[in-house]
Design a protein around this ligand. Sequence first.
Ligand code: PLP
Length: 381
Amino acid sequence: MSPKKYLYTPGPTPVPPAVLAALGEPVVHHRSPDFRPVYERCLMRLREVCRTREDVLLFGASGTGAFESAVANLVSPGEPQLVVSAGNFGERWAALTAAYGADVDHLRYAWGETPDAEDVRARLRERPAKAAWVVHSETSTGVVADVQAIAAAAKESGALVVVDAVSSLGAVPCETDAWGLDVVVSGSQKALMTPPGLGLCAVSPAAYAATGSSPRFYFDWERTRKAQASFDAAFTPPVSLVVALDVALGLLLEEGLEAAFDRHIRLGRAARAGAKAMGLELFSPDEDRSAVVTAVRAPEGVDAGDVVKALRDRFGMTIAGGQGELRGKIFRLGHIGWFDVFDITTMLAAVELVLAELGADIERGIAVTAALEAYEHSRVA
Ligand code: PLP
């Protein structure tokens, strides 16, 4: 028997069978009646998931590609931009905006800290910027920021708000229109339960009106927006991925966004309860908003990289290690998208076995029960 594989990272994530089946359908032509209705439905469903009345632009690209579209369209060389970072992805956006010649004001927190709306307000008062670039769910640390409050603070100074919702969209609330988010960027391979390869960008009228002078072609928002208006893609889209994403979004909307948010809160509670029951220390905050990925400190004397490696070698299980300065110090248990509580108990049981084998002093045999209890007895009001 070929060994079973478990994908427990915060992206890519497991893909439901109906989505996989859609990927296996014959390839259709993107300018034919076989594709257009699917494209139209997929784009409309994306609006629902992003909670916006505006167009959601879809690109054949990873999340970083979609984010680069925001940079290429909004940044002009020399213009001030405020980038808020508290981990790997925020730092990536500081580097990317700088690469386009922005005059970057980098509001930089230590990895694992939670960005604060008051800091953003004060910083923009002192030094106004065209846009504030913010990460909603910082996947490298497990921190989910209060983007609603940060957006409200940024708006006071007239800045546009650009949000990296790559690992949050579909897992935790992201109210594009209601919170006044000008650009929301995401990707297919996280809570949207589809393989990697599609990047998306919800764009407000104010953001379209503020486009800058950086050179762009494939990622030009206006070109894609015009083409999407008649459901005629600007370039050949990855048709099979679009067909699959449409099915995945249908599943998500059938569950209901609120129900999905509720499930993610409970999955997060279960993961944290299990880790704590073992006696492990959480790195990500012990709070409901932290519902995307649970980051756990490796116990004394254990390298987190060895935990990741042992899980893969022994059980065919892939979790995420620490990135950058957190390499070797933390491991991360992803729980976005097609996850239920038994995924959490499976990963906890395997982590427990592996930690014991690596000689860690942990409490054995109670993590699974603690996780189940936290999941079942914590229905969100
Ligand atoms: N932003 C966040 C918060 C992410 O988690 C990721 C992917 O891990 C990215 C951006 C980058 O997305 P991609 O790898 O699809 O380019």
